[in-house]
Design a protein around this ligand. Structure first.
Ligand code: PLP
Length: 392
């Protein structure tokens, strides 16, 4: 009854569904407060107070056009606010015309791939990876090409170089990274940009760089996420307020196109049309108004940093090996046994995690620390017991 492709997706995703069903069963049986649920990247830190204030002010204006359609690229004032934000963050002056408001980063990535990909074009990205990348690329008849990172999840530039060939249309990066919490250092971005410049020259066309940055400002220990725009002209920055303002359900983000992007006018026209014809039409009006007012605001990042510290302490105490996250709100430890089996052992301890194979990296689990510190503390003995059982 349904198309072959989505049937295949449903089958591939069935173990994820089973895991969530098992989680729901445990919560029903033992009470949700007893289950330590690290499975979802759904921010629980409240939006900053500026968001409520903005919403109240917007609603108080009570203008008839408040909820109306606007140009597919977004309200001009929202594009301007995003351009100011991107200019500051990237250290390159971006104008409002170079920004498109989107339905989150997910919408942004989909309009970029709709704009760039011919059937069979490859999109290269480091692995482990955000699982939706495969779908977003295949939605537009592209071919996902995951490339393994090093042991510490840093970029393997030689492996990337080997993977980029005639069919490569774009490289997709995500930093700070889901699921590893890794932040790529400036030197690596500079080296990757050099590599892409060389490849573009050899191929006689640009190999694009797409920087997916929903966690850009969720970084710890006083670090800063380096700029992409200062290194590479044929690049896109994809931003989002899902995590930075804790507004994932409001579906608001943006795409910024490098001011010196080759063929920029046509690319922008295509992005804007793609926003319309993929059925997004435009990013939600209220959310655009909020984002425009709160573009320079941020959730309380210190909350995530404290949780990172606590969870890392617990994992180390349990004897698990992991790379300490530098940003975002995920940690991706190695598992002492098969990852699905380890998730099962954790479930016996009422701890929910996601097997690494879902992110292209079996032998790991992803833990999202979008949960209260008390929940993290409660998981301490459970992690220890699960590791002990796994080692028996
Ligand atoms: N990219 C990455 C790496 C993510 O982790 C997520 C969401 O979890 C997204 C994109 C999509 O975010 P949005 O809610 O802005 O569409």
């Amino acid at each position: 009854m349904i198309a072959t492709q989505i049937k295949g997706y449903l089958e591939r995703a069935s173990w994820i569904r089973k895991m969530f069903e098992e989680g729901a069963r445990l919560k029903a049986q033992y009470g949700p407060e007893r289950v330590c649920d690290f499975s979802l990247g759904n921010p629980d830190v409240p939006p900053p107070p500026e968001v409520r204030k903005a919403l109240e002010e917007i609603l108080a204006e009570d203008r008839p056009e408040l909820h109306a359609y606007m140009p597919n690229a977004g309200f001009p004032f929202a594009r301007e606010a995003m351009a100011r934000k991107v200019s500051r963050e990237q250290g390159v002056s971006v104008s409002a015309e170079e920004v498109v408001l989107t339905c989150g980063a997910a919408g942004g990535l989909n309009i970029i791939f709709k704009t760039l990909l011919e059937p069979g074009d490859e999109v290269v990205f480091p692995s482990p990876f955000f699982v939706e990348y495969v779908f977003y690329v295949e939605n537009h008849r592209g071919v996902p090409r995951p490339v393994a990172t090093r042991e510490d999840f840093s970029l393997d530039l030689e492996a990337l170089e080997a993977a980029i060939g005639k069919k490569t249309k774009a490289v997709l990066l995500n930093s700070p990274h889901n699921p590893t919490g890794r932040l790529y250092p400036e030197e690596d971005l500079a080296a990757l940009s050099e590599l892409l410049r060389g490849k573009s020259q050899a191929l006689g066309r640009p190999v694009y760089l797409v920087s997916d940055e929903p966690y850009r400002n969720l970084v710890f220990d006083g670090k800063r996420t380096p700029t992409i725009f200062q290194h590479y002209e044929a690049s896109f920055v994809v931003g989002s307020f899902s995590k930075e303002l804790s507004l994932p359900g409001e579906r608001i983000g943006f795409v910024a196109v490098h001011p010196e992007m080759p063929g920029k006018e046509e690319i922008l026209a295509a992005l804007i049309l793609a926003n319309r014809i993929l059925g997004f039409v435009n990013a939600p009006a209220l959310a655009q108004r909020i984002a425009a007012r709160c573009a320079e605001t941020l959730v309380e990042v210190s909350v995530y940093q404290r949780r990172r510290d606590l969870l890392c302490e617990i994992l180390a105490e349990a004897g698990l090996e992991f790379v300490r996250p530098e940003g975002a709100f995920y940690v991706f430890p190695k598992t002492p046994v098969d990852d699905v089996e380890f998730c099962r052992l954790l479930q016996e301890e009422l701890i929910l995690a996601v097997p690494g194979r879902g992110f292209g990296a079996p032998g790991h689990i992803r833990l999202a620390f979008c949960v209260d510190e008390r929940v993290i503390e409660r998981s301490r003995e459970g992690f220890k017991r699960a590791v002990e059982k796994a080692r028996k």
